[in-house]
Design a protein. Sequence first.
Length: 131
Amino acid sequence: MAYEDGGHHDEQHCIEDRAGVVSHGRSPTLSPDIEWRVLESFPSGGLYRGRQVVIDRFFPAVKAHFAAYETRPETFMADGDTVIATGRYRVQGRSGIAADVDFAHVWTVRDGVIVAFRQIADTAALNAVLS
């Protein structure tokens, strides 16, 4: 992983330390009122509100589309309460087609708690794996 120092170590480390856990839907640091925004063109995309909704509905719905799905953050940048992680989704469709797909995740962290998430990704490449 590469790191860029934006001078906001606490927020950045909050995401770095939890990126893998959050991507599997198991983070106690997600705010109970988190706003989780995923591109509409992403499988099971849309707006999800609340930690339990994200954990119970979003993650299982996304993973149901793929035979394999892994989030691999590579670079983190922080500014104020915003942390941006860039990386790649490593996915495989049920047909066996696999791909590495670029993403950017924008996190908002307040007092060590993740209060918002926004995803940007190459959804055309992701959806091609599902065809």
